[in-house]
Structure formats: C-alpha cells, structure tokens
Design a protein around this ligand. Structure first.
Ligand SMILES: Nc1nc2c(ncn2[C@@H]2O[C@H](COP(=O)(O)OP(=O)(O)OP(=O)(O)O)[C@@H](O)[C@H]2O)c(=O)[nH]1
Ligand SMILES: [Mg+2]
Length: 230
C-alpha cells in the first residue's frame, strides 16, 4: 500500500516466482543498468541481499529506487525467496515488510520442464493476494531465460491466465490492465527487457494509486497518461 512520508511517495514492487527463475539476477541487472543515472529510475542505495552461500535467496533482496523526473517518488523493490518451504516468508515479504505490495512482477522460468512449477507459484500468488491481482494490484509477467532452448511459448501462459481469470476479453473494463508479458533475459551481458518490464510495473503502480485510488483506473486515458511518475 502506498506510503507517504514527508511528502515523498513510496511504492512497493515485488518480484515473485519459483526458485531459480532469476529474481535476484533480475534485480542485480536492474541495479547495474540504472546506476549510471541515465534512465528515469535510479537506485538510491546498494542492494540488500539475504541469501545462502548457494546464492538462493534465504529471506529477500531489496533495493530502493527513485524516479528522476518526479523526485519525490520512490520504489521499494523486493524479491521473494522461491524455495517451496519458504511460503510463509514470501507471505511476510509480500504483505508485511514496509507495507503491502503495490505492484507485482511474476517471473517465469521459461524452460518447458518448469511449466507446472510456474503455474503452482502463480496460484500461490493469486491466493496470497486474495484475488486482488489486476483489480487492485497491477500484474506484469516476465518470461525469463529466453536465451535458453526448449522454452515456454507466451501463448501457453496466456491460456493459464485465462483459466485463472487473470486475463480479460476485449470490451471488459479491465481489458487495458491485462498483464503485459515480457520475454526477458536477466544475465547482464545478454540482458533483455529488464528495465522496460520494471518501468511498466512502476508506471502501473503509480496509475492505480493516483487515478484509481488503489484500484485499476476506469478510463483508458489514464492508462496512457505519463504525466505523473516518470
Ligand atoms: N541462462 C540464464 N540463466 C539465468 C537467467 N536469469 C537467471 N539465471 C540463472 O539462474 C540461476 C538462479 O538465479 P537467481 O537469480 O538466483 O534465481 P532466484 O529466482 O532469485 O532464486 P531464489 O532466490 O532461490 O528464489 C542463477 O545461476 C542465474 O545466473 C537468464 O535469463 N538466463
Ligand atoms: Mg533470489
């Protein structure tokens, strides 16, 4: 839930997804891409990581970023720990640390062998948010690890979104808020769509807050507006 502290707006964004899908790598790459200060979002502190020696996240990673256009807008960005048994930690990171989450990026490990595992995590996220995804919490998807072979097609995942009522047909008032699906690679030297996917998630967080009072705004005009955040 958006927090306003000393006139500054804090929005919370979470990367969610199964173990090893690339959440920590994505946040590290986002940090490296933005730290030279040439984009509309910059990091304002070092990344904080709580992990095992294996590199798997033990609790969470966190970075704080700032909009350079509207300097009073900050993003608290978290990744959750994807190990199956860490469910209650994910719940805590999502709902309790700092504030409730304003916008979520669901990261998919695109390797076909993980198709079912990704769905399991999507359902977990849906439960965790009490079916508030899209209606109150913007949802963006990353099909990560596009550099590998034997990967899931985005159409297959859209089918799952439809089944789970996370995808609206044309004509529905939430149609314009259907999740965007980015094909990504998180490895820094082959990086693809890491900044763009984050930017859109941050933009939607701002729109829901400013035009929808915490819900998906009704008009299409507001979805296209760019006057506020960046
Ligand atoms: N080939 C390839 N490997 C990736 C990509 N993104 C991440 N990886 C690798 O996948 C492994 C797991 O990445 P992490 O970023 O630790 O995954 P995570 O989602 O944070 O995992 P947990 O913290 O356990 O939930 C690492 O070896 C990464 O280098 C990608 O886009 N392509
Ligand atoms: Mg991690």
């Amino acid at each position: 839930m958006v927090q306003i502290i000393d006139g500054n707006i804090f929005l919370k964004i979470v990367y969610y997804g199964m173990a090893g899908c690339g959440k920590t790598t994505i946040l590290e790459t986002l940090y490296k891409l933005t730290k030279d200060g040439n984009r509309e979002i910059i990091p304002v502190s070092d990344l904080q990581k709580i992990d095992r020696t294996s590199g798997a996240t033990l609790y969470f990673d966190r970075g704080i970023f700032q909009s350079t256009k509207t300097k009073k807008v900050y993003y608290r960005v978290y990744t959750v720990a994807g190990q199956r048994n860490l469910h209650s930690l994910r719940f805590k990171v999502f709902n309790k640390l700092d504030a409730e989450t304003d916008s979520v990026i669901f990261v998919i490990d695109s390797q076909t062998k993980f198709f079912e595992d990704n769905i399991e995590f999507l359902l977990e996220l849906k439960n965790l948010t009490n079916n508030r995804l899209i209606q109150e919490i913007p949802l963006i998807l990353m099909l990560n690890k596009q550099d590998l072979r034997e990967i899931i097609d985005d159409k297959d995942f859209i089918q799952i979104l439809k089944q789970e009522r996370l995808w609206y047909d044309p004509g529905h008032e939430l149609y314009i808020w259907n999740p965007l699906i980015y094909k990504t690679c998180a490895l820094f030297n082959k990086e693809k769509n890491i900044y763009r996917s984050f930017y859109e998630t941050a933009r939607r967080a701002g729109l829901y807050h400013l035009y929808g009072d915490g819900r998906a705004p009704k008009s299409e005009k507001s979805s296209k507006s760019s006057i506020l955040i960046h």
